[in-house]
Design a protein around this ligand. Structure first.
Ligand code: PNW
Length: 482
């Protein structure tokens, strides 16, 4: 018996595809939806690579049945999508009106999925903050207002969608905080760099945003556990992004320490408060009083607020420590990241995304790292996938032959299975990013992540790529039959 033949996943392993509201829905101005900070951001010249927006996107708002049929044809057991807050509460706040058409859209979506035997995993917040809340009190920068409004919005969703048993509060708070309020590459685009934004302070705002999101998460989880969980028997958690790290020079203890520090700045920033009740010491050391502190009540509320860990994972970096003091706007832990190590070896092949190179072994290692640090939590991989270099330049049938993506899914799904079988990581589900090519944020429609080709020139027609069959084959092969 070869080592490989022992690799398998349990019968009840959940797998499927993930998307997000602003990236696929379109119908930005229909049926009472209010604008989000992404609608506003897309209108600023120069912010989106191809000058596009999510106004139409994949037109998923009008294609519920078609998309659920597509998922079914792929054999998906589950589907992760997100709710557009401003479709449900156009102005966002706890005293603002709820939009019945928005509620109905998501109720119908859930019903259509369930009728086809597909389990919904629903994200409450995937970056599209109602614009009105940004204007009213600067959104995340006002901790108490934000957390109260988010809890209210979460309650509206829990109430309206009792058939949903799997909830994710926030998607990748690191991206909202750092890309939105430090680098300024994502909405609302705040940064200290005055060539990019009139407003913003990259030395503090991302830290305040992170704190508000943690509190909003904890308030929504408490609301769910107090008033909904017992009736519906569901589960709730947060989704965090995190890349694996390898030392630039494996013989340098300072590079090894920097690898751990990078993981803490990216992941433990949010996961430590959720599992232990406070920020990691490495961040306190670097940021001092700029990093907010938790009151004892806040700490108690946040600690233990995950029924499961939602893991988004794409890539890995080589890490080199710095000998100079950290810059005031540093977010990584005072280190340099690179795709090449000291010997000039590349961590993986190029893709269309400048930040992403496949390195499946890093997925296995990070699953083990999370499992060990956080006491063997239940993990759902809520996103994993890749873009393909120059895929947007292909024509005809070549557009469907996404060999690099096929190889990515083969090797990453195998790496995850190894982490489960060989190291006892409690991973129970996997969602490939993404069901179809969609609006890739600041990269517009140039970068494609789908297992389905979306033809934006021809009525957003969907055509399966080879990778859709590969994902299915992998799970058909790995999941035990009885
Ligand atoms: C994730 N980075 O975002 C998101 O959750 C998705 O909405 C997105 O489409 C997907 O990954 C692919 O990009 C990220 O720059 C965006 O490091 C950017 C980064 C990481 C994650």
């Amino acid at each position: 018996m070869t080592a490989d033949s022992k690799l398998s996943l349990p019968k009840d392993f959940v797998w499927g595809y993930a998307t997000a509201s602003y990236q696929i829905e379109g119908a930005a101005n229909e049926d009472g939806r209010g604008p989000s900070i992404w609608d506003t951001f897309c209108k600023i010249p120069g912010k989106i690579a191809d000058g596009s927006s999510g106004d139409v996107a994949c037109d998923a708002y009008h294609r519920t049945q078609e998309d659920v049929a597509l998922l079914k044809s792929y054999g998906a057991k589950a589907y992760r999508f997100s709710i557009s807050w401003s479709r449900v509460i156009p102005l966002g706040g706890r005293n603002d009106p709820v939009n019945p058409a928005g509620i109905k859209f998501y109720q119908d979506y859930v019903d259509e999925l369930l009728a086809n035997g597909i389990t919904p995993f629903v994200t409450l917040f995937h970056w599209d903050l109602p614009q009105a809340l940004h204007e009213r009190y600067l959104g995340f920068l006002n901790k108490n207002e934000f957390a109260s409004d988010f809890e209210h919005y979460a309650r509206v969703c829990f109430e309206a969608l009792p058939k949903v048993k799997n909830w994710i509060t926030f998607n990748e708070p690191w991206c909202s905080a750092v890309l939105g309020y430090n680098v300024g590459a994502f909405a609302p685009g705040r940064t200290s760099d005055r060539s990019k934004s009139k407003e913003g302070d990259s030395t503090t705002e991302h830290l305040i945003v992170g704190h508000s999101i943690l509190l909003g998460h904890a308030r929504a989880v408490k609301a769910y556990r107090d008033d909904f969980k017992s009736q519906t028997g569901g589960q709730i958690g947060i989704t965090l992004n995190g890349d694996w790290t390898e030392p630039w020079d494996p013989s340098d203890p300072l590079d090894i320490a920097a690898c751990e520090r990078k993981l803490e700045f990216a992941i433990s920033w949010f996961a430590d408060p959720i599992y232990f009740g406070d920020y990691p010491a490495s961040m306190r050391t670097q940021y001092g009083s700029r990093l907010p502190t938790f009151t004892p009540e806040e700490s108690a509320l946040i600690k233990g607020s995950n029924d499961f860990y939602g893991m988004n994972h794409y890539t890995a970096n080589y890490i080199k420590h710095r000998d100079t003091p950290p810059a005031d706007d540093d977010v990584a832990g005072n280190l340099d990241m690179s795709f090449e190590n000291k010997l000039g070896e590349s961590i993986g092949p190029e893709t269309q995304s400048v930040w992403l190179r496949p390195h499946p072994e890093g997925f296995r290692k990070l699953l083990i790292w999370l499992s060990e640090r956080y006491g063997k939590p239940t993990i759902y991989v809520t996103e994993n996938g890749t873009s393909v270099k120059d895929e947007h330049l292909r024509t005809g049938e070549e557009r469907l032959r996404d060999e690099l993506r096929c190889e990515y899914f083969r090797t990453y799904i195998e790496a995850m299975t190894k982490a489960r079988c060989e190291s006892g990581v409690d991973v129970r589900g996997y969602f490939a990013w993404s069901l179809m090519d969609n609006f890739e944020w600041a990269e517009g429609y140039v970068t494609r992540f789908g297992v389905t080709y979306t033809d934006y020139e021809n009525g957003q027609k969907r055509t399966p790529k080879q990778s859709a069959y590969v994902v299915r084959e992998m799970f058909d092969k790995l999941i035990e039959k009885e």
